[in-house]
Design a protein. Structure first.
Length: 440
């Protein structure tokens, strides 16, 4: 009995409607934030290197132990300010960094492969593999950054080695973070396409671009600090010349705030059918500067976001119902009984049609035209797209034609009846006499 009840319960659950999961913008921001955390982690590791002139006690002890462990021939002599044992240690550190690079790639290959299979999102394998391979150089740079301090470099050699390694670690970390942002954003976009909400389709690309700008800016600032470039005068100069930059970038800033206003106002979403001024089409992309609309002639129109804030946007995609207002003309020789039966039959067709609105429709004979009696047909459809609307219009029109055939109602078309009267000729052979003038 328990097995039977369980099978019935499963069958009942299979008929229940499944609730679509909505990908919230906050979740998209959190997931993409993982790449930012990875980038900050790389910056933090690079920052772990002590500044020039400071030698940590632990690295000094290890370097002394390494020097004592080396053969005596390597302790004496050298070139370019480094002893032979330091050159040998530098070679070993480079080899260990390269090995760490390939080892990280090999260890991450099955991890990425399983994640790609379990996600079921159909991500591009090339972009995923690029992200995986970009992590290897970062791991190698971290190994170099940690081990190069154990070689006991001093003076200019220490400054050059630590600075170059830190800059390389930040560079590789920025590239790895950049590619991870691409993979995560692609995954989120594919998840967003499975949801009913279209806000994700707008928010995710914007967060993606903003995250990349943040990664590059942060990496450049840290690299400048490691290269002993004082960025304070640069920032001060930007503050002094900010007024000129603001005037030069007025349109760009206006478009950026326009995009923010569009996202917050949610006047339209990606995939909506909109009319903005003379432009009519489907919204393809909403960016920081402009919005791209694909017209029905398959051309792409770019509208600045600042114009969208001031313009009136007619969003056909937000229509709950699609109105159809037309007239049907029947001949004047149609009897009143047939005319009433015809209008009532159309009302019944509207009530039985699966996509029409049953509480709001009008079907009446409401006007005398030049060629026939006009019947108003005013209905609303609840449809997902334009193709379905055209299909259901055709079905209703065909049903009306069949109804007219059954009732014997004839449709009217523009006609003109000319009545020709022929009068009797007068005595002079013509109907009218032209009066002639008389003279004395």
């Amino acid at each position: 009995m328990k097995n039977v009840s369980r099978s019935r319960l499963r069958a009942a659950k299979s008929y229940l409607p499944t609730r679509t999961r909505t990908l919230r913008p906050s979740r998209a921001v959190r997931v993409i934030g993982l790449a930012v955390i990875f980038h900050l982690f790389s910056i933090g590791i690079a920052a772990a290197a002590p500044p020039a002139g400071r030698i940590a006690a632990d690295s000094t002890q290890v370097s002394r132990w390494l020097k004592q462990a080396m053969p005596s021939d390597f302790k004496q002599g050298g070139f370019s300010g480094l002893q032979y044992w330091q050159w040998l240690g530098l070679f070993i550190v480079i080899v260990l960094g390269v090995l760490a690079n390939y080892t990280a790639r090999a260890l991450l290959r099955p991890v990425f492969r399983r994640g790609l299979q379990r996600s079921g999102l159909g991500l591009d394998d090339k972009s995923v593999q690029k992200a995986r391979r970009s992590i290897g150089p970062f791991v190698g740079a971290v190994v170099w950054l940690l081990l190069i301090r154990l070689l006991g470099f001093t003076g200019a050699a220490r400054d050059v080695a630590l600075t170059a390694t830190a800059v390389y670690a930040v560079f590789t970390g920025t590239i790895a973070s950049w590619r991870m942002v691409d993979v995560l954003a692609d995954a989120l976009l594919r998840m967003a396409k499975r949801t009913e909400s279209r806000v994700d389709d707008v928010v995710i690309p914007m967060v993606r671009k903003a995250t990349k700008v943040f990664l590059v800016a942060f990496g450049l600032v840290y690299c400048a600090q490691n290269l002993n470039i004082n960025i304070i005068p640069l920032i001060t100069g930007l503050g002094i010349g900010g007024l000129a930059v603001a005037f030069a970038a007025k349109d760009t800033i206006e478009n950026f705030f326009g995009s923010v206003a569009v996202v917050l106002d949610r006047s339209f979403e990606v995939g909506d059918w909109v009319v903005v001024g003379d432009v009519e089409g489907i919204v393809e992309q909403l960016g920081f500067r402009s919005t791209k609309v694909r017209t029905f002639s398959n051309s792409q129109v770019t509208i600045p976001n600042a114009s969208l804030v001031r313009a009136s946007v007619d969003n056909y995609g937000r229509r709950a119902y699609r109105r159809w207002n037309t007239t049907i003309s029947v001949q004047y020789d149609t009897s009143p009984e047939k005319l009433l039966a015809f209008t009532e039959g159309i009302r019944e067709l509207v009530r039985r049609h699966p996509y029409t609105r049953k509480d709001s429709y009008q079907v009446w004979c409401n006007d005398f035209a030049d060629s026939g009696l006009k019947v108003l047909l005013y209905v609303f459809y609840q449809l997902p797209d334009w193709s379905t609307e055209l299909r259901e219009r055709e079905r209703l029109l065909v049903d009306i034609v069949r109804l007219a055939d059954r009732l014997g109602v004839k449709f009217a078309f523009p006609t003109r009846t000319v009545h020709h009267f022929q009068g009797e000729p007068g005595p002079s052979g013509s109907r009218y006499e032209i009066p002639r003038g008389t003279s004395d």
